[in-house]
Design a protein around this ligand. Structure first.
Ligand code: FES
Length: 107
């Protein structure tokens, strides 16, 4: 069981967009696709680019720095099947959007 952290208001990430937030000490990219929210580690594994500032097309985000692409619903890199970027469960509650981060000692 991870730690539930509120990261955004429900109206902060309109449908079809991405945004970057900080939860605890992590940068989180939050995506809104087809009425669902998806959270992924916001730091691109290539060279640290801001995935939350990437362009979103359907369920694929393109890193703004060098164009690596990820399926935001799974974290899967679109070309390298061995590369899967961390994602976090998202829940929407009356007072905002929450993600579940792993406990510090479980990583
Ligand atoms: S930092 Fe994301 S593609 Fe290079």
């Amino acid at each position: 069981m991870g730690k539930k952290v509120r990261i955004a208001d429900v109206d902060q990430v309109p449908e079809g967009t991405a945004a970057e937030f900080v939860a605890e000490d992590r940068i989180i990219a939050l995506f809104h696709v087809d009425g669902q929210y998806y959270a992924m580690d916001g730091v691109c594994p290539h060279a640290g680019g801001p995935l939350g500032e990437g362009s979103l097309s359907g369920n694929v985000v393109t890193c703004p720095w060098h164009g690596w692409q990820f399926d935001v619903t799974t974290g899967q890199h679109c070309l390298n099947e061995r590369l899967c970027h961390p994602t976090f469960p998202v829940t929407v509650e009356a007072d905002g959007i929450y993600i579940e981060l792993p406990e510090a000692n479980s990583e």
